[in-house]
Design a protein. Structure first.
Length: 178
């Protein structure tokens, strides 16, 4: 059983009661700072996931300290949310549907050119070393930050940044030759 699931089994009842008690107040707090209800609920889940990850120290706090800890964590999580949104803007569903229909209206030549560009990108990515491919995949497909990639690969953040920079420079050079 993975470590987080094991923790959930061990402290589940006490954390569940805590969730029932504090979730409405924390959600109302987050809701004032996050535009959509769904995103606010995601932030709320992140807050209580953090409480689960730090359950040994968290459960030793008194109720007032727990609420303060949850509010501070909620604040940090919605700040992270806003940073993510700024880096990768959210597209409304209506706009996405329009974009899909715009694709249908494109000329067949444009569609073929787009497919060729994707094929060329995949071909050039395949020529990169495996580590650089993995770093690019984690950074852009999984939307992970460099520090998270470093933890995932058990490397230093500077090493990951160097791999990412080299990979992107290599792709720029190969596209520049075209």
């Amino acid at each position: 059983m993975p470590q987080l699931e094991q923790q959930a089994v061990e402290v589940g009842p006490s954390l569940a009661a805590l969730y029932q008690h504090h979730a409405p107040a924390i959600l109302a707090y987050v809701r004032r700072h996050v535009p959509s209800a769904e995103d606010a609920e995601d932030v709320l889940l992140d807050v209580f996931l953090a409480a689960l990850e730090h359950h040994t120290s968290f459960l030793q706090l008194d109720e007032r300290q727990q609420l303060a800890w949850l509010r501070r964590t909620a604040h940090n999580k919605f700040v992270d949310y806003h940073r993510r949104v700024r880096r990768r803007p959210v597209v409304s569903l209506e706009f996405a549907v329009e974009a899909l229909y715009d694709d249908d209206e494109r000329a067949p030549e444009e569609i073929v050119l787009r497919q060729e560009e994707h094929a060329l990108l995949h071909e050039r990515l395949a020529h990169l070393p495996q580590q650089q491919q993995e770093v690019l995949r984690l950074r852009f497909a999984a939307d992970m930050r460099c520090i998270d990639i470093a933890r995932h690969l058990d490397r230093r953040e500077g090493t990951v940044r160097a791999w990412l920079s080299r990979s992107l420079n290599c792709l720029r050079i190969t596209y520049g030759k075209q």
